[in-house]
Design a protein around this ligand. Structure first.
Ligand SMILES: NC(=O)c1ccc[n+]([C@@H]2O[C@H](COP(=O)([O-])OP(=O)(O)OC[C@H]3O[C@@H](n4cnc5c(N)ncnc54)[C@H](OP(=O)(O)O)[C@@H]3O)[C@@H](O)[C@H]2O)c1
Length: 226
């Protein structure tokens, strides 16, 4: 069984990943902002403190992970933050925008950087970045959500860059749109259940190889335009 690291496993899509991976007997490590609020306990699950927007926190998280295990087969960069769902430019808050970019774009880069030596040592390891169709430049017809969209476009580029570097390190890196999912972020009108989204995502991540690295897929397996 493999060792999976998941950021933001305390609710939403991250928590559903943990529930389904436990069923498959995998070992799971999750990083959450407040471990004391984590309401899941299992012998296969370890919980460490992590704020992906803070470099010191990510360094300490990586230390905890490497004290706990000598291999990481899969890193899922799941933690993410919405912006103010701004409708127009006059509503955009630059400071909140920077925070969203920090969490959604630089956060996954920080975590990948900190865990890279473990991923490299493991071999045939994988990084799966949970992005969004909202980050697709080609798909951007409705505008809005300046910071969130940009943060995911940036994450997509980081995915591509990491995938190039990962080839020599035997690490595949791809990004995945989970669909519009019924979580706190997705809201109550979202048509896709977390169970359905995560089932599809796990199947795709299981299929991820160096040949399928540097690509952008929806949870259904459909390949998306950058
Ligand atoms: N739901 C959708 O429709 C949808 C669509 C496309 C993409 N996505 C992406 O899917 C991922 C998961 O979304 P979700 O729907 O599960 O959202 P969610 O229910 O709002 O959960 C977000 C998770 O990210 C964590 N997080 C936020 N900022 C963090 C930070 N600085 N450090 C560590 N953890 C942090 C949250 O922890 P706290 O509890 O501490 O806040 C929470 O566990 C995100 O990357 C999101 O952009 C979601």
């Amino acid at each position: 069984m493999a060792t999976w690291v998941i950021t933001g496993g305390n609710r939403g899509i991250g928590k559903e990943f943990i529930l389904q991976l436990i069923q498959e007997n995998h070992t799971i490590i999750t990083g959450v902002r407040d471990p004391e609020l984590m309401d899941l306990e299992h012998e296969l699950l370890s919980v460490f403190k992590l704020d992906v927007s803070n470099t010191q926190s990510v360094t300490e998280f990586a230390q905890s992970v490497s004290q706990h295990t000598d291999r990481v087969n899969v890193l899922i960069n799941n933690a993410g933050q919405m912006d103010g769902r701004w409708q127009s430019i006059d509503e955009v808050d630059p400071d909140v925008s920077l925070e969203v970019l920090n969490v959604n774009t630089i956060g996954p880069l920080r975590v990948a950087q900190a865990l890279w030596p473990l991923l490299e040592a493991t071999g045939q390891s994988k990084v799966a970045n949970i992005t969004s169709l909202m980050g697709s430049i080609e798909d951007c017809q409705s505008g809005r959500s300046y910071a969130y969209r940009t943060s995911k476009t940036g994450l997509n580029m980081i995915t591509k860059i990491l995938s190039v570097e990962g080839k020599d390190a035997d690490i595949s890196v791809s990004c995945y749109h989970p669909g519009w999912v019924l979580t706190d972020m997705g809201g109550e009108r979202a048509p896709v259940l977390p169970q359905e989204s995560v089932k599809g995502l796990i199947e795709l991540i299981e299929m991820q190889t160096l040949e399928r690295s540097g690509r952008f897929f929806e949870y259904t397996g459909v390949e998306l335009p950058w």
